[in-house]
Design a protein around this ligand. Structure first.
Ligand code: NAP
Length: 266
């Protein structure tokens, strides 16, 4: 967890309740911490209970009112039960962050239909399941904010990531559809599209651990989970009250260029 001093007002989310899927690790945990540090009560969910227990203990140690629910986002009954647990404990639900995702590198030639489907099921169908369950359980009557975590690799394509770029392109499209259908219910639906974040499990799996020099990134470095979580906090807050259907790319400008792009200077 970061001890970075937030540029946001400490009570930005006072009185709000947030659910973060995949909130026990990596970016999800940092999002939970940052939303909680700005006044929200926070629920996290994912499959592995030991990780959830450790994360909730950590969040509570930071003075955050936190709970967890064991839940596979691919399973609508578990997702619906999670909504009921959150509402029973916290009384309402204002912010949903769809962060849970699966990832592994594989060439298309070595990727099975099941492997492709597993990632689409977690990232895209999971986002659909959680958004729909939150809508039905609470948001359609009370409004709220949904922030979906996508990626930036789908805007150019990426080798060994056919399953992931396909799923994340779907998350972007689903987010726009939800934004249109649910705007009249007072629900804003936006996307944060992160680039490579140092120190995350995702980067360890794809980049094989350490990130090297990054001259192809305009800002010359990988980002941190805190820098991405700040965009989630902004979109979840009233500061983004007229934003819906937006995709906020937080990648240091990386998707604009690539290792084989024209050099920045001649
Ligand atoms: P991570 O540490 O691998 O975390 C993924 C989380 O999702 C885990 O807590 C995992 O917990 C949960 N999860 C996986 N399958 C699930 C399921 N079926 N149901 C419920 N929860 C499930 O990931 P990360 O690297 O922090 O990435 C977080 C998000 O940012 C993801 O959406 C990822 O695609 C996106 N992103 C990351 C990077 C990066 O640099 N890391 C770059 C671009 C985009 P369990 O295994 O316990 O279920």
């Amino acid at each position: 967890m970061s001890d970075h001093v937030s540029p946001f007002r400490a009570d930005l989310l006072a009185g709000k309740v947030a659910l973060v899927t995949g909130g026990a690790t990596g970016l999800g945990l940092e999002v939970a911490r940052l939303l909680g540090a700005h006044g929200a009560r926070v629920a996290i969910c994912s499959r592995k209970e030991p990780n959830l227990e450790v994360a909730v203990t950590q969040l509570r140690g930071n003075g955050i009112d936190a709970m967890y629910s064991v839940c596979d986002v691919r399973k609508p009954d578990e997702v619906a039960a999670t909504m009921q647990r959150v509402l029973a404990q916290f009384g309402h639900l204002d912010i949903v962050v769809n962060n849970a995702a699966g990832n592994f590198p594989a060439p298309i030639s070595g990727l099975s239909a099941n492997g492709f489907k597993a990632v689409v099921d977690i990232d895209l169908l999971g986002t659909y399941n959680v958004s729909k369950a939150a809508y039905e359980a609470w948001l359609h009557q009370h409004g709220g904010a949904i922030v979906n975590i996508s990626a930036a690799t789908q805007y150019r394509g990426m080798a060994l990531q056919a399953h992931v770029v396909s799923a994340k392109a779907g998350v972007d499209a689903l987010s726009r559809a939800c934004a249109i259908e649910w705007g009249a219910d007072g629900i804003r639906v936006n996307v944060v599209a992160p680039g490579a974040m140092a120190g995350t499990e995702g980067v360890a799996r794809i980049a094989g651990g350490e990130l090297g020099a990054m001259p192809h990134i305009p800002l010359q470095r990988a980002g941190s989970t805190t820098e991405v979580a700040q965009a989630v906090l902004f979109l979840a807050s009233d500061a983004a009250s007229y934003m819906t259907g937006a995709i906020v790319v937080v990648d240091g400008g990386a998707w604009l260029t690539s290792g084989t792009s024209t050099p920045r200077s001649m």
